[in-house]
Design a protein around this ligand. Structure first.
Ligand SMILES: [Zn+2]
Length: 286
């Protein structure tokens, strides 16, 4: 009887090991895939760029529980490390979820701007960063680049210098870190919650093909000038269902329609992913 039990346990162990090996092999064979995912986190932003074991997370949305659930679907269970987090600016709908991410994952690098905010959530985030001794925190600005091992380059394009952004005491959106990500012939633009008075200065960006509408499609972002200058093929809105701000605004939607770009919205399409190999293909959750 005892002998039979040992054989049985050995059998189960062998099957489980084989399944885990198969899952890892499947994962490795798919690691040439680079995925840019606009996570459906409600009213806020959370964008994950992943390639094999390497991840960059731009913002964390307004709720840690929702963010961890969404990340769990994208990051394999054995990968407990996120290589880089970028907090574009210290508003709740961009940083609240990051507190739980720092508690759950090992985060190698954390980039933020110099502007601060006197809020509970900002202080909770700074406390968590101090507790995460393995995380290197940097005040970042234009000129910094990150390259993925199998192609793909992230570039910081704003703030232009290592400084507190003037005029942003009341409107911290103006201090949002803006980045581009180049992969498979596409250039993505992530401008946080920047308003047009800053975005319109990015005249050297005319090659952007996939644009995340800044500030969730607020009427004060994504001007006619900016959209015509860049003329992206796709525009993404990261917004919550029936949010109290009325994002995205009718004005911005109309401006995007005028340049004939495809429109995707997290409130209607759920999580939006671009799966990039030789080309990028969009995959919608709903
Ligand atoms: Zn926001």
């Amino acid at each position: 009887m005892k002998y039979r039990k040992i054989i049985y346990s050995g059998f189960v162990f062998a099957i489980v090991s084989a399944l885990i090996c198969l899952a890892i092999l499947f994962y490795i064979s798919h690691s040439s895939l680079t995925k840019i995912t606009f996570l459906d986190v409600g009213q806020g932003d959370a964008i994950l760029i992943s390639q094999g074991n390497n991840q960059i997370l731009i913002d964390g949305g307004p709720d840690g529980t929702i963010l961890l659930e969404k990340l769990g679907k994208e990051i394999p269970f054995w990968d407990r490390q996120i290589e880089l987090i970028i907090a574009t600016h210290p508003d709740k709908d961009h940083i609240d979820g990051l507190v739980d991410v720092l508690k759950t994952y090992q985060v190698s690098h954390f980039w933020q701007g110099k502007n601060i905010r006197d809020t509970d959530v900002f202080q909770a985030l700074q406390r968590e960063l101090q507790n995460s001794s393995e995380t290197k925190v940097t005040n970042i600005f234009a000129g910094t680049k990150v390259n993925f091992p199998k192609g793909g380059e992230l570039k910081v394009i704003y703030p232009f210098g290592d400084e507190i952004i003037e005029g942003s005491d009341d409107d911290v959106n103006l201090a949002s870190i803006a980045t581009t990500f180049q992969i498979s012939g596409e250039i993505f633009y992530f401008g946080g919650d920047l308003a047009s008075e800053k975005e319109d200065e990015f005249t050297a960006l005319e090659e952007v093909t996939i644009l995340k509408a800044s500030h969730h499609g607020s009427k004060n972002s994504s001007s006619n000038f900016f959209l015509n200058e860049l003329s992206p093929t796709d525009v993404i809105f990261s917004t919550g269902k029936e949010n109290r701000y009325g994002h995205p605004s009718e004005e911005t939607l109309e401006r995007v329609e005028n340049i004939s770009a495809r429109i995707f919205r997290t409130d209607e399409d759920g999580t939006i992913s671009y799966e990039c190999r030789e080309k990028c293909v969009v995959v919608l959750e709903k």
